[in-house]
Design a protein around this ligand. Structure first.
Ligand SMILES: [Fe+2]
Length: 437
């Protein structure tokens, strides 16, 4: 056995020809901790005693137990099954390669041994194995995180449902359930990070403006609103560093974690039967029209309309934060125009311009039209017309602007007040400016 530094990856070389072992030791000795065995049995006995290697280089032709048999034995053992095995072989035919792959090898190095090829293949497979291990850790953490989150949301949703049931009123149970879950998840986002929450509410508002400008059906607009509110739910379990840093500057595990957040978001949302339709929009919200986005590198029509709209809305909101000041809208609209056909679907151009015109980040309550008036919720009555959308404090739409309040819509508001804290005031059309019925 030859040993160098304990922090170096370790490799086990198995070959019955000592000369071949010497060649490989010479090629790899500067970069790796090396062990060797001259038969399959010696290798198995060594593996039972020492720390498991990070990679195995295995000769195919050996007496007693050949490389295929040894590889298959290693793959069946949970202790050694995950160690990548590269065959060293003089055989070049397809049948041998097929036999090697079916026994569990990840690659081949052909004899005569070339130092550069050996170093490159070993480096590549150690890197791939490292990525696979990191991904496994992320997936394990993700599964645990979703279970905890789902449990928490289900508990809170059950409480909300109980309150709704207690009101003894007829209602659309499914709609209320999805609203309640969106509310709870949006609330968790707000608790996790104020900036993320504000970003999500503005994105939802912009996305709804665009969806309406495109004349999408009401149900689809609602899906997009919910997806907009929850599009970054996959970041809720990420570190503060990931939330605070410029994502363009992230690298390594941080970048991989960030790029996986749309997948985490979709998995979280898909675990709620009531929100099934919006998971795909969340997964697609970083996909780009030209295919340069993530996590799936989709392009054009492969991306859902909701995903495209939310991507654009998120870009707009982030750009507004980047360019505060009087000419923000001008700068943002130029950035949006430059991205059309590249990052964004050009068929969204007109809708994006409309949304930009409508965009009111933190709308000033003093900006009232002469025909509207601000009133407390307690003063709402049947027959009044809302001049602004009525949302819960977390952005769930309760009643759409332009709605003339009926007994049913008043009941809807009352029901939500039981379960969801609403803003304390709303806006209605002045009674003297209402058209005659
Ligand atoms: Fe995102």
């Amino acid at each position: 056995m030859t040993s160098t530094s304990p922090v170096q990856p370790s490799i086990l070389i198995i070959d019955d020809v000592p000369e071949n072992i010497k060649i490989l030791l010479r090629i790899l000795k500067d970069d790796y901790e090396l062990h060797y065995a001259t038969s399959g049995r010696q290798a198995l006995s060594l593996l039972a005693k020492v720390k498991k290697p990070d990679l195995i280089l295995l000769d195919v032709m050996m007496p007693e137990m050949d490389g295929y048999e040894l590889c298959a034995t290693l793959k069946q053992d949970p202790e050694t099954g995950a160690i990548p095995v590269i065959f060293i072989t003089a055989k070049l035919d397809a049948e041998s390669e097929t036999q090697a792959l079916s026994s569990g090898a990840v690659d081949f190095i052909h004899k005569p041994i070339n130092g550069e090829v050996v170093r490159a293949r070993v480096r590549l497979h150690l890197k791939l194995d490292q990525h696979a291990k990191e991904l496994h850790i992320v997936n394990t953490e993700l599964t645990e995180w979703i279970a905890i989150l789902k449990n928490r949301v289900l508990k809170q949703t059950a409480l909300i449902r109980e309150k709704i049931e207690a009101s003894h009123q007829q209602h659309d149970r499914r709609q209320n359930s999805s609203d309640a879950i969106v509310f709870v998840l949006a609330d968790l986002l707000e608790q996790r990070d104020q900036r993320l929450s504000k970003h999500s509410r503005t994105v939802a508002s912009l996305a709804v403006s665009m969806a309406k400008a495109l004349d999408l059906p009401w149900a689809q607009v609602e899906e997009i609103r919910h997806a907009g509110l929850l599009h970054d739910i996959g970041l809720i379990g990420s570190s503060d560093r990931l939330l605070m840093d410029n994502v363009e500057l992230l690298s390594g595990a941080d970048a991989a974690n960030y790029r996986a957040h749309p997948i985490r978001g979709q998995k979280t949302i898909d675990s709620f039967e009531e929100l099934k339709g919006i998971g795909c929009h969340i997964r697609h919200h970083h996909e780009a029209f030209d295919g340069s986005g993530f996590p799936d590198g989709l392009s054009g029509k492969e991306i859902t309309v909701g995903g495209k709209i939310i991507h654009l809305a998120s870009f707009m909101e982030n750009s507004f934060v980047q360019f505060p000041g009087k000419d923000a809208k001008y700068k943002v609209s130029r950035k949006v125009a430059a991205g059309m056909g590249v990052l964004f679907d050009p068929t969204l151009s007109a809708a994006a311009n409309l949304a930009l015109k409508e965009l009111l980040i933190d709308p000033p309550v003093t900006h009232q039209s002469p025909s509207e008036q601000e009133i407390p919720f307690s003063d709402l009555r049947v027959g009044m017309v809302l001049t602004r959308d009525l949302y819960s404090i977390n952005g769930v739409l309760i009643v759409e602007r332009g709605t003339r309040l009926t007994t049913e819509s008043m009941e809807n508001i009352r029901r939500h007040q039981l379960s969801i804290p609403l803003r304390t005031v709303t806006y209605i059309q002045k009674m003297n400016s209402l058209p005659h019925p």
